[in-house]
Ligand binder design. Structure first.
Ligand code: PLP
Length: 480
C-alpha cells in the first residue's frame, strides 16, 4: 500500500465519482446495452503489466457506464431504492481503508462494539422492545441482505425446535407466510431443508393491500397440527415488495406464540419509515416477534450492503451457527466475555459495515432522516393523486409509504389479458426511453406498474416529469 499513490488516485477517484453524480441525469436510467456487450469491448485476458488509472477510468466512462443502470438517478423508481449518500460513501471508504475482517471480537474490538452500539441506537429510534437491545439476551447484527437475515433466523428456529422434537422430525416442520412474502423466504426454506410441501403460502387479503389474514393462518396451523406436523416458523411483512402490505403483527404474533413458532418480520423496505412517530404504528405488535429485519441499504441513506437484524434470543442463533476451531480460539471468546459475530451469520469474514451506518446517523441525525423519509412519502402522495385524476389510469392498492401501484385501466371491452399486455407495453416504452425506470408486479392476475420514490436525489420536478413521460407513452397505446 503506497500512501502517496492512494492520496493521488483517491482524490482522482473521488473527483470522478462526484462528477458522475453531477451528470447522473444525462445517462439513460436503465442501461440500454444488449447481453454480452462487454465481451466485445474488453480483452480476453488480464494485462501482464500495470496500466494507469487514467486508462482504467477511460474504460469506465466508455465501456462500463453504458452497462450501468443508474440506481442513484433521481429518476430511478424501480424495485425499491438502494440509497447511497455522502455519509454512507465515507463510511464505506473508511471501512475499505481500514481493511479489517471483524469475525471475532478480538479481530477488531471496535468493529463488534460499534455494531452493537449502532444497532442499539437504531432499535431505540424504531422503539423496538427492550429484548432486542444488546444488554440482555438479545441484540442486533448487520447481515448482507434480508435474504441472509431470514435464512439465519430460520436455521436458528429450526435447530431450536429440532433440539426438543428430535432431528428426525425435520420433514415435519412447517413454515407459514403470505403469498406476498418475498421469494427470499422460499430460498431460505430450500437451504434450511424444509420440505417444499411444508411451506404454507397463505392467500393475502386483496380487499386491503394484500396483507396476511390471521384467520387463514390459524386454520392452516390447526390443520397441520391435526395432521401431526410441527408449525415452527412464521414470516410476517411490514411493507411487502409488490404493494407495501403491512401484516397485522399483533394478531399474527398471538398465533405464533400459542403454537411455539418463531415469528420473524421482514420490514426490509418499510422499516426505515418507522423511525417517524407517525409511521411507527406499522410495526405495532413487534413486541410479539422473535426477530425483526430492515435494510438500511434501501431507504436509509446507507450504501449497500447493510441489512439490520435484531433477535430476542441471540443464543438461538449462536447455538445453530457457532463453530470453534483451534485456529480461531482466543481468551476473550473462551471466557465468554464478548460477542463474536461470526456465530450470528453464514460466512466467517465480515466487513466493518457499522461504520457507514454510524456515519449516516451522526452526519445527518435522526431528524434529518425522518424528514428525508417524509419528503419521499409526500412526493408519492402527490403522484398517487396525479394518477387517480387521469381516467386512463387507476391506483391499484392504497399507498402507505412511498410506493405507488397503478396501471392503465382496461378499455371498453374489459379484456384483462389485453389490459395486461398494454401495461407491459407501457412499461417497455417508458423504460426504453431512458428517461426513467419503473418496475412491475402482478396482483390478482393484474399487471401492475410500481413507482417507488426513494432515491436521494429525487425532487418534485422529477416526479412530475416522470408522470408526464408515462402519460405521453400511454397516449400512443390507447385505442384510437
Ligand atoms: N424483503 C423485501 C420486502 C424486499 O423488498 C426485498 C428486496 O427488495 C427483500 C426482502 C430481499 O432483499 P435482499 O436483497 O436484502 O435480500
Amino acid at each position: 500500500m503506497d500512501s502517496e499513490q492512494l492520496r493521488e488516485y483517491g482524490h482522482r477517484m473521488v473527483d470522478f465519482i462526484a462528477d458522475y453524480y453531477k451528470t447522473i441525469e444525462s445517462f439513460p436510467v436503465l442501461s440500454q446495452v444488449q447481453p454480452g456487450y462487454l465481451h466485445n469491448l474488453l480483452p480476453d485476458s488480464a494485462p501482464d503489466h500495470p496500466e494507469t488509472v487514467e486508462q482504467v477510468l477511460d474504460d469506465v466512462k466508455t465501456k462500463i457506464l453504458p452497462g450501468v443502470t443508474h440506481w442513484q438517478s433521481p429518476n430511478f423508481f424501480a424495485y425499491y431504492p438502494s440509497n447511497s449518500s455522502v455519509a454512507g460513501f465515507l463510511g464505506e471508504m473508511l471501512s475499505a481503508g481500514l481493511g479489517i475482517v471483524g469475525f471475532s471480537w478480538v479481530t477488531s474490538p471496535a468493529a463488534t462494539e460499534l455494531e452493537m452500539i449502532v444497532l442499539d441506537w437504531l432499535a431505540k429510534l424504531l422503539n423496538l422492545p427492550e429484548q432486542f437491545l444488546s444488554k440482555g439476551n438479545g441484540g442486533g447484527v448487520i447481515q448482507g441482505s434480508a435474504s441472509e437475515a431470514v435464512l439465519v433466523v430460520m436455521i436458528a428456529a429450526r435447530d431450536k425446535v429440532l433440539r426438543s422434537v428430535g432431528k428426525n422430525s425435520l420433514g415435519k416442520l412447517v413454515v407459514y407466510s403470505s403469498e406476498q412474502t418475498h421469494s427470499a423466504l422460499q430460498k431460505a426454506c430450500q437451504i434450511a431443508g424444509i420440505h417444499p410441501e411444508n411451506c404454507r403460502v397463505l392467500k393475502a387479503d386483496s380487499s386491503t393491500n394484500y396483507a396476511m389474514r390471521p384467520e387463514l393462518l390459524q386454520e392452516a396451523v390447526s390443520r397441520d397440527l391435526e395432521a401431526g406436523l410441527i408449525p415452527f416458523f412464521l414470516c410476517g411483512n411490514v411493507g411487502t415488495t409488490s404493494s407495501t402490505a403491512v401484516d397485522p403483527l399483533g394478531a399474527l404474533g398471538k398465533i405464533a406464540k400459542s403454537n411455539d413458532m418463531w415469528f420473524h418480520v421482514d420490514a426490509a423496505y418499510a422499516g426505515s419509515a418507522c423511525i417517524c412517530p407517525e409511521y411507527r404504528q406499522y410495526i405495532d405488535g413487534v413486541e410479539t416477534t422473535d426477530s425483526f429485519n430492515m435494510n438500511a441499504h434501501k431507504w436509509f441513506l446507507t450504501n449497500f450492503d447493510c441489512s439490520l437484524l435484531w433477535v430476542k434470543d441471540q443464543y438461538a442463533l449462536t447455538e445453530a451457527l457457532s463453530t470453534n476451531p483451534e485456529f480461531l480460539k482466543n481468551k476473550a471468546s473462551q471466557a465468554d466475555l464478548v460477542v463474536d459475530y461470526k456465530d450470528w451469520q453464514i460466512p466467517l469474514g465480515r466487513r466493518f459495515r457499522s461504520l457507514k451506518l454510524w456515519m449516516v446517523l451522526r452526519l445527518y441525525g435522526a431528524e434529518t432522516l425522518k424528514n428525508y423519509i417524509r419528503n419521499h412519502i409526500k412526493l408519492a402522495k402527490d403522484l398517487e393523486q396525479l394518477v387517480s385524476q387521469d381516467p386512463n389510469f387507476e391506483v391499484i392498492t392504497p399507498r402507505i409509504f412511498a410506493l405507488v401501484c397503478f396501471r392503465m385501466v382496461p378499455t371498453d371491452d374489459n379484456d384483462e389479458k389485453k389490459c395486461n399486455r398494454r401495461n407491459l407495453e407501457l412499461l417497455e416504452a417508458v423504460n426504453s426511453s431512458g428517461k426513467l425506470f419503473i418496475s412491475h408486479t402482478a396482483l390478482s392476475g393484474k399487471i401492475v406498474l410500481r413507482c417507488a420514490i426513494g432515491a436521494p436525489l429525487t425532487e418534485e420536478k422529477h416526479v412530475k416529469e416522470t408522470w408526464k413521460v408515462i402519460q405521453e407513452k400511454a397516449s400512443y397505446l390507447l385505442p384510437k
